[in-house]
Design a protein around this ligand. Structure first.
Ligand SMILES: O=C(O)CCC(=O)C(=O)O
Ligand SMILES: [Fe+2]
Length: 336
């Protein structure tokens, strides 16, 4: 690894105060970090990327069999515009979303493309991945609650505050997504953005990327400039674990923490190298959302109270629910 990595790498195989504080430190500074000790093997992730590239390699009519539905945020799309301020043009990418999930089982109540229905192995791979990523996000939410020293209430223990807003059997905004940014060859600089600048809408996002397919950049809250997020190899001792997973704190954790946790702006660019090599980018993303009815109010914590008044909702008046926030953001993103 020669490329500089601006993100902390935190080993989350154990839940304790030290890990909680490391996580909190990264979440309150860059708002992006990497986690290892996540429990995904190299083979699982290689199989997922293989499945993703096979799906997107199909002819268009097959991909369009389950088209994106804005009412459910589920299905195949190629028309997303993550930064509407740049104009009406969609980002040069395609995506397959799995939404309306039962996160314990990893299943979706929506129709899946025949590509998955006809092949139980592919389907199980996706379902197992969703269930594991969900459990990982729950673990990270618990660690953040410990780091924030959230107080016990009548309703729940402090460390369960975020997790108590998640009910895997209830309707959630949680979405699993395969992304493909086709190579565009040499383009004028205006066309170099593959995904416009945005923050994510859920509580946190987990992301896998591949070697030599970089392009993700964060607008660093620390350095106040765009910083590339490099591909980082696994450091696991037995060499079996997949590379670190990128964790992105998103809007709802920022609301819950009065802005202490950073929902960092990010985008995807074509690095010059990948243009020269005609390189596509594939990424796999899990957007973790609480229950639709969860109120995005600041959590009971002395660490939050000390900064209250400076949070993103401080002047907004009404506290939004998770669903109200999600609908607002999705409406601005898709041009339907
Ligand atoms: O592909 C990536 O690395 C980023 C995707 C992303 O930011 C998103 O879909 O919200
Ligand atoms: Fe994003």
């Amino acid at each position: 690894m020669t490329k500089e990595n601006p993100l902390q790498i935190v080993d989350v195989s154990e839940v304790n105060d030290k890990v909680a504080n490391e996580l909190l430190d990264a979440a309150t500074s860059q708002g992006f970090l990497m986690v290892e000790g996540h429990g995904f093997s190299k083979k699982e992730i290689a199989d997922l990327f293989q499945t993703s590239s096979e799906f997107f390699a199909q002819e268009q009519a097959l991909k369009d069999q389950v088209p994106y539905n804005p009412a459910t945020n589920h299905g195949y799309s190629w028309e997303e515009n993550l930064d509407p301020s740049r104009g009406k043009k969609a980002d040069p990418k395609e995506a397959l979303n799995f939404a309306n999930l039962n996160c314990d089982k990893g299943t979706s109540t929506e129709a899946l493309p025949p590509f998955f229905i006809a092949n139980p192995e592919r389907r199980e791979l996706v379902e197992n991945t969703i269930a594991k990523l969900y459990q990982l996000s729950i673990k990270l939410l618990k660690l953040l609650a410990i780091g924030l020293e959230i107080e016990d209430t009548n309703e729940c223990k402090g460390e369960d505050w975020f997790v108590s807003r998640y009910d895997a059997e209830k309707s959630l905004g949680t979405t699993f997504r395969f992304l493909h940014y086709p190579s565009q060859g040499l383009l004028d600089p205006d066309e170099l953005i593959r995904a416009g600048a945005h923050t994510d809408y859920g509580s946190m996002t987990l992301l896998f990327q591949k070697a030599n397919e970089e392009g993700l950049e964060i607008l660093s809250p620390v350095l106040k400039k765009w910083e590339p997020v490099p591909y980082v190899e696994s450091r696991s001792k037995n060499n079996e674990e997949a590379p670190p997973i990128i964790v992105n704190i998103a809007d709802q954790l920022s609301y819950w923490s009065g802005g202490l946790l950073k929902s960092t702006v990010h985008r995807v660019k074509f690095p010059l190298q990948s243009q020269a090599n005609n390189q596509d980018r594939y990424s796999i993303v899990f957007f973790s959302h609480p229950n639709h009815d969860a109120l995005l109010e600041p959590v009971p914590s002395a660490k939050i109270r000390s900064i209250e008044g400076r949070g993103p909702q401080s002047n907004a008046g009404k506290v939004l629910t998770a669903k109200e926030h999600l609908d607002k953001r999705l409406a601005a993103t898709y041009k339907y």
